[in-house]
Design a protein around this ligand. Structure first.
Ligand code: TRP
Ligand code: ZN
Length: 863
């Protein structure tokens, strides 16, 4: 066996030995033999005469220093060490690479015949030898030479030259005036359809916008373009930030490991995050595209103009940019709905990460493979930490902090501490305790107790905070806790500003703290952690009648939704305990509350649909140890069946009443969401009329409705299921992104044939293990939405996943490492399942060429 991969530590950070100036890159594109020529000036920062340039899987052709051939170097596995350098040295390196055989989708590779690059985090070293670290910033001049069949040769910045070459090739030269780290470099070459537009910035500059898509896909590009223009306008209005180049390009590619990449002036997107029309994409897809286009655009300031000093600081740009894209979505759409969405992500996925072997702080301290740290913790908990600062400082204070941050750090590579310092200094607010959030690990817990003194009319809220067992931080955190007090009539009781900021936010800074509310007529009902004001779990013994009170009267949509979630949770929990599934009836009080909700269709129907969404298996499994796989699944299904059955006439009446106008307006989207929710429940209690509705809606030309109908059938294992899936397959084989929806539906089927079906789909003409979208559609959906089969106690679900990971280990380590997640938390299951899951991990650990990506996760899980 080769030597074990070594971790890198934040506390070992050293500034770069050299500064780089004026990087010039020339690419002569060829599938097997692309030649890369790099020229740059190195300036020693501390008298160093050697430099270690990162580089992997490269063929070195020549090295020149100050114009002379240079042989004084050492070639390592992971880089090129040049010796005997003058303090200022002109370097020229020529090397070759093979994009056509690069299946890792990192570095330079071919995606369906088009060249493209992915350099974040450390992919530039797969292109040429360089100081591939984010704190080395320089300007780039890029010359791309390629075949004429590829009319578009793109890179960052402005096009400065182009021309024909004698041998039938052509070239284009690009210059990016802004200094950037290597991870923001991009090159794309191919033939595309282009959607062009313009944006005039607030100060009157014209920016050319270009969106490159595969030939024939132009009709699916306008939504992403509209989203981009909205994002540009929003960043000016809300954050006072304007775009800085004359051109902004987005390229959509089919083979991509993540959603999208913010390369300066040339974003590369997973085509799934760009292409949409109503026939092929759901309303949810439209929403996700808008938020990702926004996210990448917002990186231009938070990530590109101010970047990270080192990769441990990833949350500096990602947490902040997720916060910004969430605010963008909230300002443009429904704030409550976006909040519910974000909270679900944190509770379902981030809390699970916290509880598993890969638990890490939002600023990790040690990393083996950086690609493993593009996590829900760094991104989504990171965004929650930014949001808490926003809650503590208020919008105006937060914007003052942002201004300070850009004034100090534009053009620099900085740390999370620098960000917090800007916030703190701009507001004169001490955030030193708050900074513990950057080090702490695991989900903090808030325990609440209340007491009421009827004579004094005093209500006391006792809060205590505690840390997870795996948390290295012991000191108490600075936690903003948003609250609301409701009187017996459901009126909101005003809280003085001296107790709670804006009458809402109290700051918990000690291990235990009590807050007194005086002058009350009778005992209030308290809403706690409103709007999920901190990424914590909350322990408070809310009685059912109190939750019903909150669900009815709380002032925010969020709090009312949350109360109903708690009610569902309590029902599921007691059902798991009693396991009396057959006898179970939804309590009258809850049924009544739900039917009252359904009586009023005049409000936001999207929120109404969320109120009828029972928490899922993954979100609930955290409350149990070990996870009671079958009972938990059965409890959720039983509650859903009860909601369907008890309210069947109301569901029918509602379904018949709802009509959308086919547009993308928020009202039409909400109507479709609610229609699908009706059908989801109705499919569980189907009769001939309902069967007709499912059939009819499945024939819709609107993908949201079509998919809603088929999903309802699949979930209910309805007699129509096979027929509907077969029709869909026939209709959509020419559109792989649409087929991903079909693969996901197939993977969520719960019939006995499930596993064989999935295995047989590997040979479906549309399936391709080398494409991360296909793998995520089929396998991601299987592990996430089919717990009963994934966690089968004969281990076949685990084996299916383990076998696929083994195959992908060499093909695409990043993707293999992403799909392994559900196997890592084996400790949360019973002994039999633990053994079976562990066996898969142990089998993978013995793979001959185990990637660093998999090694890091498996090693952490097993040891
Ligand atoms: N910086 C990208 C984003 O969040 C993330 C990303 C895209 C990425 N592609 C990647 C991270 C490949 C690691 C590897 O916007
Ligand atoms: Zn990002």
């Amino acid at each position: 066996m080769t030597s074990k991969p070594q971790a890198k530590y934040l506390h070992d950070y050293q500034p770069p030995t050299h500064a780089v100036e004026n990087l010039s890159l020339t690419f002569e594109l060829d599938p097997q033999n692309t030649q890369v020529t790099a020229r740059f000036t190195l300036t020693a920062q501390s008298g160093a005469t050697s430099v270690m340039l990162d580089g992997i899987e490269l063929t070195l052709n020549s090295v020149k220093v100050n114009g002379q051939n240079h042989s004084d170097y050492t070639l390592h596995d992971t880089g090129l060490e040049l010796h005997g350098l003058s303090p200022r040295a002109e370097i020229e390196i020529v090397n070759t690479i093979s994009p056509g055989t690069n299946t890792s989708l990192e570095g330079l590779y071919l995606s369906d015949g088009a060249y493209c690059t992915q350099c974040e985090a450390e992919g530039f070293r797969k292109i040429t030898y360089f100081l591939d670290r984010p704190d080395v910033l320089t300007t780039y001049q890029v010359k791309i030479i390629g075949p004429k069949e590829m009319p578009y040769l793109l890179s960052n910045g402005n096009k400065v030259d182009s021309g024909e070459l004698a041998d039938g090739r052509h070239y284009v030269c690009w210059e990016d005036p802004f200094k950037k780290p290597s991870y923001l470099f991009a090159l794309v070459a191919g033939d595309f359809d282009v959607l062009s537009d313009k944006f005039e910035t607030r100060s009157g500059r014209q920016v050319d916008l270009q969106l490159f898509v595969d030939k024939g896909n132009l009709s699916k590009a306008p939504h992403a373009m509209t989203s981009l223009k909205k994002a540009m306008a929003w960043d000016e209005a809300r954050f006072d930030l304007e775009y800085d180049l004359d051109i902004y390009m987005i390229v959509a590619v089919d083979f991509f490991n993540m959603g999208a990449m913010e390369n300066k002036g040339l974003n590369v997107f997973n085509s799934a995050c760009v292409l949409a029309n109503q026939e092929t994409a759901t309303d949810r897809d439209f929403h996700v595209i808008e938020s990702i286009v926004g996210h990448e655009y917002f990186h231009n300031w938070t990530g590109n103009r101010v970047t990270c000093r080192d990769w441990f600081q990833l949350s500096l740009k990602e947490g902040l940019t997720v916060f910004r894209d969430q605010e963008f979505s909230s300002d443009l759409g429904s704030r409550a709905l976006n909040r519910i969405d974000a909270v679900n992500t944190v509770r379902t996925h981030q809390f699970a990460e916290d509880a598993g072997p890969m638990a890490h702080p939002i600023r990790p301290q040690q990393v083996i493979e950086m690609n493993n740290f593009y996590t829900v913790t760094v991104y989504n908990k990171g965004a929650e930490v930014i949001r808490m600062m926003h809650t503590i400082l208020g919008e105006a204070g937060f914007q003052k902090g942002m201004k300070q941050y850009f004034e100090r750090h534009d053009g620099q590579a900085v740390t999370c501490d620098d960000f917090v310092a800007a916030m703190s200094d701009a507001n004169g607010k001490d955030l030193s305790q708050f900074k513990l959030w950057y080090n702490q690990v695991g989900t903090p817990k808030i325990s609440a107790r209340t007491s009421y003194d009827a004579q004094q009319g005093e209500f006391t809220l006792h809060l205590a905070q505690s840390h997870a067992d795996n948390d290295p931080v012991e000191a108490p955190l600075h936690i903003p806790v948003a609250i609301e007090l409701l009187d017996q009539q459901g009126q909101v009781i005003a809280i003085p500003e001296s107790t709670a900021k804006q009458g809402k936010v109290i700051e918990l800074t000690e291990k235990q703290q009590s807050f007194v509310f005086a002058g009350l007529k009778d005992e209030p009902v308290v809403v706690l952690l409103e709007d999920f004001s901190a990424p914590c779990t909350l322990n408070y013994d809310h009685k059912q009648h109190q939750l019903l009170h909150i669900a009815k009267f709380a002032s925010s949509d969020y709090a009312r939704w949350e109360a109903i979630q708690q009610l569902y949770k309590a029902e599921i929990k007691s059902l798991v305990n009693t396991q009396a599934f057959a006898e179970y009836r939804l309590p009258e009080s809850l049924t009544h509350a739900l039917s009252v909700l359904l009586d009023d269709l005049s409000g936001d129907l999207s929120i109404l649909a969320e109120q009828f969404t029972v928490p899922g298996f993954d979100a609930l499994s955290a409350d149990h140890n070990p996870v009671p796989v079958e009972p938990l699944h059965q409890a959720i299904s039983t509650i859903e069946y009860q909601i369907a059955q008890k309210l069947k006439p109301v569901w029918c009446a509602t379904y018949e009443q709802l009509n959308d106008d086919g547009s993308l307006s928020s009202a039409a989207v909400a109507t479709r969401t609610m229609k699908n929710k009706c059908l989801f429940y109705l499919a569980l209690v189907s009769d001939s009329q309902i069967q007709g509705w499912i059939q009819e809606q499945s024939e819709s030309h609107n993908m949201t409705l079509k998919l809603g109908a088929i999903r309802a059938a699949v979930n209910a294992d309805h007699v129509l299921t096979q027929l509907l899936l077969d029709d869909f397959d026939k209709q959509w084989q020419s559109d792989l992104l649409v087929m991903d929806k079909w693969f996901a539906l197939q993977a969520s089927r719960r019939d006995d044939n499930c596993l064989d079906n999935i295995l047989s789909l590997y040979s479906h003409p549309c399936f391709d293990k080398a494409n991360p979208n296909r793998v995520r559609a089929l396998i991601g959906a299987f592990t996430r939405s089919n717990p009963l089969h994934f966690h089968r106690n004969d281990g076949q679900g685990y084996a299916l996943l383990g076998d696929l990971i083994a195959e992908l280990n060499q093909v695409n380590p990043q993707n293999a490492s992403r799909i392994i997640t559900p196997l890592l938390s084996f400790k949360r299951f019973d002994e039999t399942r633990q053994g079976l899951m562990k066996a898969q991990l142990e089998k993978l650990a013995r793979l001959p060429e185990l990637s660093d990506d998999l090694y890091e996760k498996i090693d952490k899980a097993l040891n």
